[in-house]
Design a protein around this ligand. Sequence first.
Ligand code: GLN
Length: 538
Amino acid sequence: MARYIFVTGGVVSSLGKGLSSASLAFLLKSQGFNVRLRKMDPYLNIDPGTMSPFQHGEVFVTDDGAETDLDLGHYERFTNISARKSDNVTTGKIYSDILKKERKGEYLGKTVQVIPHVTDQIKEFIKKDITNEDFVICEIGGTVGDIESLPFLEAIRQFSNEDGYNKSLFVHLTLVPFLKSSDEIKTKPTQHSVKELRSLGIQPDIIICRSEKPIPLDQRKKISLFCNVRYKNVIETVDVKTIYEAPKSFYDEKLDKQVLSFFKIKPKRKVNLRPWNKITKTILNSKNEVNIALIGKYVNLKDAYKSLDEALTHGGIKNNVKVNMLRLDSEKLKNREINQNLKKVSGILIPGGFGKRGTDGKIMSIRFARELKIPFLGICFGMQLAVIEFARNVLKIKNAGSSELDTKCEPVVGLMEEWDKNGLIIKGSNMDLGGTMRLGSYNAKLRHNSLIKKIYKKSYISERHRHRYEVNFNIKEKFEKKGMIFSGSSPDNKLTEIVELKSHPWFIGVQFHPEFKSRPLYPHPLFSSFIKAAKKNK
Ligand code: GLN
């Protein structure tokens, strides 16, 4: 029987609801329970796929090809449970489904309204695709008090009275600020936030208080009294040095214990925190360091490359080194800065990206990595640009490019729809850019005796994709003669998945996004190998 845990947030945004939900999910899973994590986002976009990373951070891609909120990345990293399309919904998606139904006449002429139709649709989402889960943790995006999240809060209230009766638990995460001037911890914002939630008919069962400093007992008692929550269920979460300390910190605060006792269930086995303790120790105590340059358009917003940052950290854990990221804005990189900055680093990474802005700086950096034999990892757009750089500077095809960036170029990268039946790109074709993206998990076949095969130790791999353009596989002979090996392809040999350089210690471009599948407890082999090569290059 599934029990539902609804996680809301109050006072301010960015309190770490995603991390709290993910940590709780880990603790429950570790005690032998089946857990699913879901996120409801109150914005009107149908999914974050079209949102700028500047606005919304990274778009996380699931195995089944959904473009989702980056919190699903935290869920996967903490629980190692692959998220699905059905684990993320937005107001936009709810309304779009309702409007489709309305056009089909499925409401039988009724007036379509927020209550019951929108709330019913949300309740459908909460229950959908649930089979043998013991716990479904549903995080509600936004902050209590926002207009946008009202239908979601109303829906979970209704749910707790219907299908979820006696099976629902409400967790509310709030900020407990510390005022320097009076040297005091303040509980009033929490009291107000809970008051707001109660005015919507939701009484929280557990309050998680995010605080800079430990919350004294009398203040916890005050929160308990004013918010009508049992004293034991006032849980504090004090800022941690690395996010991977979070499961232990919630365990110490007995969050999982209170959840199980609420539902009157006994754990099936003991929580195993040893692997987490080990990795936090490595992260915090590693004496060795490597510097990696991350060259992209969105480097000023930390969350824009969330999974990538984490995957690099995981590679560091595997090699017992601390990874320092030098984030360079590709738009501002000119030749002189490239020499100055990249001399200091042991590895260069070009992440995924879209559009022409900043590509010159990226291409110059790739040339630097290729010629000076610095370990290089190009992801998706990064791989496409590595192929373009090689075509221009080694094969001397001066106007080699991607039809995404320049319709007049010699396209070594282009839309599949632009290819003729021999697989050659039809030059100058004016295709509509609205072609579908290749999204989600696809297999790739790895070439014998290649570096990539040595890294994965497998002939076939499955990785997540999110791109529209392809490196033309049919031009590979020309490249291979000069030393760029097309060492991975789709199983039907039509699409290029991986390129590498023969006479370079570590230069790999991949069309997919390995960062989505890296876990702190199971670092991805590609990132482990990249960091190992960078460590050697120090
Ligand atoms: N813009 C490129 C494409 O659409 C690469 C996308 C990416 O890096 N995710 O193919």
